[in-house]
Design a protein around this ligand. Structure first.
Ligand code: NAD
Length: 472
């Protein structure tokens, strides 16, 4: 077991690591080969039990996430448990429709044939979760995987050990034990798992580890979805409603103390707009967290000492415009806004993933576009403006996994929108129907007709070949 993750966790190994990676993968292979996971009724039954788990075990999940991150109950309920429950309810309602073979439009040559697209489960799916939303990011992908008829092995993050343990011991009581298994561990255990062949790998985590996963998947040509991170910019145009914009930016930034994959990472605006932003920010942060945010129960703690040390290194006093205080004992960092930062400073090169927000001055939206396009493609782009031209230019001339105009983060919870990255922020997407599609192979099926008319038309393709046949 590696790192600082397993501290304070009692009996995890004893209770839930009896099976080797080989045994877990073998069991999943066996159950998938038996055909048990394929019938729609089985999938629906499992999804209903999954929903019962979310409803009955809410308290246990809230407590586990609190132990891992000191996340406020309301954030755990609304930004984790309820999101998974809503996706589950939606999937249960739609599954019958989604899973029916689709009939694409036919051309004259196929008028008497059946032309279909079947949805096949891939088989054995490995889901690797991240620690920052340990319920949402472990259980969210499972919905599509179960709905599509796969056998699932879930490997939650070792950095949220209480939640990982809870899922391994309690979720597995609700779901079919052979079909859905939870495998606990860190880098060593994940590396061990990746030695085996999977039919699909779904990974949530950093770009750096995403590359390792992609390489491991390539050995067996295993398709994968990579839900990664990066630096999601905000462009704050002078035409925006400044008070509302500031509130929306800070809310998205400070959920889970900035440890959110789609958290706004930095703000691009003019020097004049920066001045107004800072004035509003000071007032709003006091409203949100009181005079000394380090005492607020609404701010999560930074996940580990290593992450905390990395973050406080970013806070150089000469650049602090708001906040700047932190507490090593509780690992809480007050929301901090930095100004006049050099674009080559580490805070503008690495993904921040904490409650620190640099502001970078640009002349206008054109310069903001240049700044964004000179860097890796972000997971999200946020534009605050009332100017249609600015909005259209920002959307058309940049590439990002998703984009929101005049808000942050909420594209992630908007029904029917795919969620995923592009370039270094990831590949593939999920949520709702997109999750079902991700875990289904679309199989092209042609059912040929046996009638004399069809046979006559087919006769053209058989040897002996001659010019008269090709002329028709
Ligand atoms: P991470 O990449 O360190 O770890 C993710 C998972 O990979 C964990 O389960 C871990 O056990 C495993 N892992 C770590 N190192 C490994 C290695 N060398 N070999 C094999 N497996 C390994 O990421 P994290 O710290 O858990 O999460 C933070 C990152 O994830 C941020 O970059 C964030 O933006 C990103 N993220 C993305 C999304 C999204 O939906 N796109 C959501 C949350 C977090």
């Amino acid at each position: 077991m590696n790192g600082d993750a397993w501290e304070n966790v009692i009996d995890i190994e004893e209770e839930s690591a009896p099976k080797s990676a080989e045994a877990v993968v073998e069991a999943a292979r066996k159950v998938f080969a038996s055909g048990k996971t394929r019938p729609i009724d089985f999938r629906k039954d499992q999804l209903k039990k999954f929903l019962t788990f979310l409803e009955d075990e809410k308290e246990g999940m809230v407590k586990a996430v609190h132990k891992d991150l000191r996340k406020h109950r309301q954030e755990s309920e609304t930004c984790e448990i309820e999101l998974v429950a809503n996706d589950l309810r939606h999937t249960l309602l739609e599954l019958k429709k989604w899973s029916k073979p689709k009939c694409p439009e036919k051309r004259v040559v196929n008028l008497l044939d059946g032309v279909y697209i079947y949805n096949d489960p891939y088989g054995v799916v490995l889901i690797i979760g991240a620690w920052n939303y340990p319920i949402l990011l472990s259980l969210g992908p499972m919905i599509g995987a179960i709905a599509a008829g796969n056998a699932v092995i879930l490997k939650p993050s070792e950095l949220s050990p209480h939640t990982a343990h809870f899922l391994a011991t309690v979720l597995t009581k609700y779901l079919d034990k052979e079909t859905f298994q939870v495998y606990l561990g860190g880098i060593e255990e994940t590396t061990e798992l990746l030695e085996f062949k999977f039919d699909y790998i779904f990974f949530t985590g950093s770009t750096q580890v995403g590359k390792i996963i992609h390489q491991a998947a390539a050995k067996n040509l295993t398709p994968c979805t990579l839900e990664l991170g990066g630096k999601s910019p905000v462009f704050l145009d002078e035409s925006a409603d400044m008070e509302k914009a500031t509130k929306r930016i800070l809310w998205g930034k400070l959920l889970n103390s900035g440890q959110t994959c789609v958290a706004p990472d930095y703000v691009l605006c003019t020097k004049a707009t920066e001045k107004v932003f800072l004035q509003h920010a000071t007032k709003i942060l006091t409203e949100f967290y009181g005079a000394d945010p380090r005492n607020s129960t609404y701010l999560s703690r930074i996940v580990t000492e290593r992450h905390f040390k990395r973050l406080v290194e970013f806070i150089k006093p000469e650049h602090v415009a708001v906040g700047g205080k932190f507490d090593a004992e509780t690992r809480v960092i007050a929301p901090t806004i930095l100004v006049d930062v050099d674009p080559d400073d580490p805070v503008l090169r690495e993904e921040i993933f904490g409650p620190i927000m640099p502001v970078i001055n640009v002349k206008d939206h054109k310069e903001a576009i240049e700044f964004i396009n000179a860097r890796e493609k972000p997971l999200a782009l946020y534009v605050f403006t009332k100017d249609k031209e600015v909005r259209n230019a920002m959307l058309a001339e940049t590439s990002s996994g998703g984009a929101v105009v005049n808000d942050t983060v909420t594209h992630l919870i908007t029904e029917n929108l795919p969620f995923g990255g592009v370039g270094f922020s990831g590949m593939g997407s999920y949520h709702g129907k997109h999750g079902y599609d991700t875990f289904s192979h679309q199989k092209a099926v042609l059912v040929k007709d046996f009638t004399g008319f069809t046979e006559l038309s087919l006769s053209l393709r058989y040897p002996p070949y001659n010019d008269a046949k090709t002329a028709i």
